[in-house]
Design a protein around this ligand. Structure first.
Ligand code: NAD
Length: 460
């Protein structure tokens, strides 16, 4: 396929041979590698922050989110000794005497492909799960965040034996060359279109996949809210990283009775955060590249701009923007926005809002602002999403023991914390029987045993 096929194949052979030695399996080895990763992140932290600035114009505060993945690493290091243990399960009467348990074991050699928007974190977070579960791993970061890709390459080379963890830099060709090989698991983070290609390629080897995709995450604002606090949280979550966050609220769905008050609060909050001229504000990230910039500016032609709208291609700057008067058929409501533009739609009744959401693809995240417990219950019980956060945004991603992932077109599978460990493990089922009792009921000849068997399995 490409000139990369041979080296990639060689790397795989090397990793598979290493995995087969069993060197990666012990708890001591896994913990030592995780601790080495922790040290490496601390050693390279200035480079990681600088790379996020180069790739995405990130302010230092937001660049630190990349390093914030160390919080998950500490959580994994702390709990791994418990996760690796056998998980005992009870036996029914018909299976006794005996014992049964789930025995997690490493899968083998896994592939992790990352996106550009949180380019460090979204390689390192899956990697810690892969190492914790005792696997070898090949990493392919996004070519669209080249400075971060280089730092990651240096960090991985300086920290790991390439037979255990290796990083391959490159773009689509490299990803395709990797995907042509047989891995034991592929964890992909990126868009829906490429996610389908990854799944197709993996299917050739029957390789299981975890697909962490995107989509349009709604944010419902009920009438029973603290408008000021809701506006603070929404503005933060939406304009963080210039809206290039997979779980950012994509659009607002607001009870029409609270819209005017909310819009005023959002407008004020944007000024408080980013000043009268956000172009000069150091706390606003930039759009990734010209292609993304042009796509986003194209979305500004719809509806009625309530705040922002200014943009400058030479700086890939788009002001934090609020838009209303858009319809579900407009392009802005058809594609994932993934930029600093927030459409505001309204609803008359919660039933109407829920019915609207139920017609749309299942989102990665859903946000609800409401103090009303009945509203909370209605939304939780009658809508679906990979994750829900009530009265805040984004923060659910940093609860390490909550499984993270999508549903339907927003993804397949879960990771973070123990869910990463389980994703990268074969949860092997084991049943162990003693010799000391061997009742005759299951063996032929069956004559005269049907009644006894039916009773045993609960049939009359
Ligand atoms: P992308 O799908 O374009 O690229 C992701 C990775 O796939 C990159 O490493 C890229 O090199 C590789 N790739 C691109 N084309 C390929 C092909 N034809 N075959 C194989 N590999 C290919 O995604 P992106 O633009 O980097 O990221 C943005 C998307 O990722 C958004 O949709 C966002 O919502 C989503 N995302 C999801 C999560 C999550 O956790 N669910 C997190 C971040 C981003």
């Amino acid at each position: 396929m490409t000139t990369l096929v041979a080296p990639v194949a060689d790397l795989l052979v090397r990793q598979r041979a290493y995995w087969n030695t069993g060197a990666t399996h012990s708890l001591e080895f896994r913990l030592a590698q995780l601790k080495a990763l922790r040290e490496a992140i601390l050693t390279y932290q200035a480079d990681i922050i600088d790379a996020a600035r180069q790739d995405l114009g990130r302010p230092e505060f937001e660049a630190c989110f990349e390093i914030g993945t160390i919080g998950e690493l500490d959580y994994v290091i702390k709990h791994l000794p418990r996760w690796v243990k056998h998980r005992k399960v009870s036996l029914s009467l018909s299976q006794k005497p005996g014992s049964a348990w789930v025995q997690p074991e490493p899968l083998g050699v896994v592939l992790i492909i990352g996106p550009w928007n949180y380019p460090f974190q979204l390689i390192i977070s899956p990697l810690m799960g892969a190492i914790a579960a005792g696997n070898c791993a090949i990493l392919k970061p996004s070519e669209l965040a080249p400075a971060t890709s280089k730092v990651l390459a240096r960090l991985v080379e300086a920290t790991f034996d390439p037979a255990h963890v290796a990083l391959v830099e490159g773009g689509v060709d490299t990803a395709q060359a990797l995907l042509a090989e047989r891995f034991d698991h592929v964890l992909f983070t990126g868009g829906e279109r490429v996610g389908k290609l990854v799944m197709q390629a993996a299917a050739q080897h029957l390789t299981p996949v975890t697909l962490e995709l995107g989509g349009k995450s709604p944010c419902i604002v009920d009438v029973d809210v603290n408008v000021e606090v809701a506006a603070r949280r929404i503005v933060w979550g939406k304009f963080l990283n210039a809206g290039q966050t997979c779980i950012a609220p994509d659009y607002l769905l607001v009870d029409e009775r609270v819209k005017a008050e909310l819009v005023t609060a959002l407008q004020q909050r944007i000024v408080e955060c980013y000043g009268e001229n956000p172009a000069e504000n150091p706390d606003l990230s930039r759009v990734l590249n010209d292609c993304q910039f042009d796509r986003l500016v194209g979305l500004l032609n719809q509806g009625n701009i309530l705040a922002g709208g200014e943009h400058d291609r030479s700086d890939r700057y788009i002001a934090p923007t609020l838009i209303d008067s858009v319809s579900w058929d407009d392009p802005i409501m058809q594609e994932e926005i993934f930029g600093p533009i927030l459409p505001i739609l309204t609803y008359r009744s919660l039933d109407e809002a829920i019915a609207t959401l139920r017609q749309r693809p299942k989102p990665l995240a859903l946000y609800l602002f409401s103090r009303d417990r009945q509203v909370q219950t209605q939304v939780l019980d009658r809508t679906t999403a990979g994750s829900v956060c009530i009265n805040d945004v984004i923060l659910q991603v940093a609860v390490w023991n909550l499984p993270f992932g999508g549903v339907g077109s927003s993804g397949i599978g879960r990771y973070h914390g123990q869910h990463s460990f389980d994703t990268f493990s074969n949860l092997k089922s084991v049943l162990k029987k003693p010799f000391w009792m061997d009742v005759d009921w299951r063996y032929p000849p069956y004559e005269g045993k049907v009644k006894q068997f039916r009773k045993l399995i609960g049939l009359s």
